[in-house]
Design a protein around this ligand. Structure first.
Ligand code: UDP
Length: 308
């Protein structure tokens, strides 16, 4: 099949593209390389260097996957306009390409649509508690708008749309540097370099972490399974971990002498997050296979290789 992927050079996109190439698919990637760091897959695919919101084509595809985004809070807070546009105008552009091709449309939304949720683990039926003008709104509100626009295309044009809401996916290839770093890769980097691990706030905030191979498996099911039009799925873990406990685990697994340093909390940082994955279990026959400890060990080993 011919598959178009926006953001295919990033962390999620690289791993997904690799898996889809193994299935024998013909892949076109549109990516502006604004956040991609570790991977270069431009040799194996048709590669178009462009912002997704500026991309258009008359080519026809069987599947359109919209992944392009700036998911690191510190990064998107610095680039709020690009962030909001890739998940609004960018979603519109990709939906139009899908509509003209009559393609299946797969969107990577975010657990951020739930904001500071009051039900944990959070089911898909929860509507969210989000600050529309807050510092994170360029990201979470644009993801929410994307979902609304996608459902409009599903209802008005009968487009075969599928939405997933991933929860804190990690693994080899996740950036660790500067404003791009997410918590897992940043802590691993700090631990391996013997630097203090920077915990924001008291570290009692929680996240539920999903290893990349589990995310790829779920996403393949969303791409290939029939009769999922108009559906939305949490793709994450239901096991909540405190950030301070994650820091301790990483110090132990890396056998590091690093200490934990507590910094001021991030504004609007959701205090708790975990996925209710009952729906994914039932309809996708999917459940995470890799434990946090196993996934961290694999990620630490990969980082040891690249940081040498
Ligand atoms: N975090 C932290 N130290 C860091 C980076 C992140 O304590 O150096 C915390 C952050 O405050 C949040 C959690 O880890 O509660 C996850 O942050 P991340 O940037 O990975 O993404 P988020 O889940 O907030 O989108």
């Amino acid at each position: 099949m011919k598959i178009l992927i926006s953001g295919g050079a990033g962390f999620l996109g690289f791993h997904l593209t690799k898996a889809l190439l193994e299935e024998g698919e013909e892949i076109t990637i549109v990516d502006d390389l604004s956040t991609a760091k570790y991977f270069d897959i431009r040799r194996d695919v048709e590669f178009i260097k462009k912002k997704v919101e500026e991309f258009d084509t008359d080519k026809k595809y069987d599947i359109v996957i919209h992944l392009a985004a700036r998911p690191s809070p510190e990064d998107y807070i610095q680039h709020p306009v690009d962030t909001a546009l890739s998940n609004s105008l960018g979603t519109y552009r990709m939906l139009e390409i899908a509509r003209k091709s009559n393609a299946r449309f797969v969107y990577t939304s975010s657990s951020e649509v739930y904001g500071s949720a009051s039900i944990i683990p959070t089911p898909e039926t929860y509507w969210g508690y989000v600050n529309p003008i807050g510092i994170r709104s360029c990201y979470d509100e644009s993801k929410r708008f994307s979902e609304a626009l996608i459902m409009a295309y599903y209802r008005q044009y009968k487009l075969d749309t599928r939405i997933q809401r991933p929860f804190n996916v990690y693994g080899p290839g996740l950036r660790e540097d500067g404003t791009y770093g997410r918590v897992v890769s940043r802590f691993i980097y700090q631990a391996l370099k013997g630097e203090d691990l920077t915990v924001f706030g008291d570290g009692n905030q929680t996240r539920a972490f999903l290893y990349i191979s589990d995310w790829v498996e779920a996403t393949k099911k969303l791409i290939y399974k029939d009769e999922l039009a108009g559906e939305v799925f949490n793709i994450g873990s239901d096991k909540e971990t405190k950030i301070v406990d994650l820091a301790k685990m990483i110090i132990k697994l890396t056998d590091s002498k690093s200490k934990i340093k507590f910094l001021p909390p991030r504004p609007d940082d959701p205090p708790r997050r975990a996925a209710d994955i009952t729906r994914a279990k039932e309809k996708l026959d999917w459940y995470p296979q890799v434990s946090l400890e196993e996934g961290l060990k694999l990620t630490i080993n990969w980082f040891k290789g690249v940081l040498q």
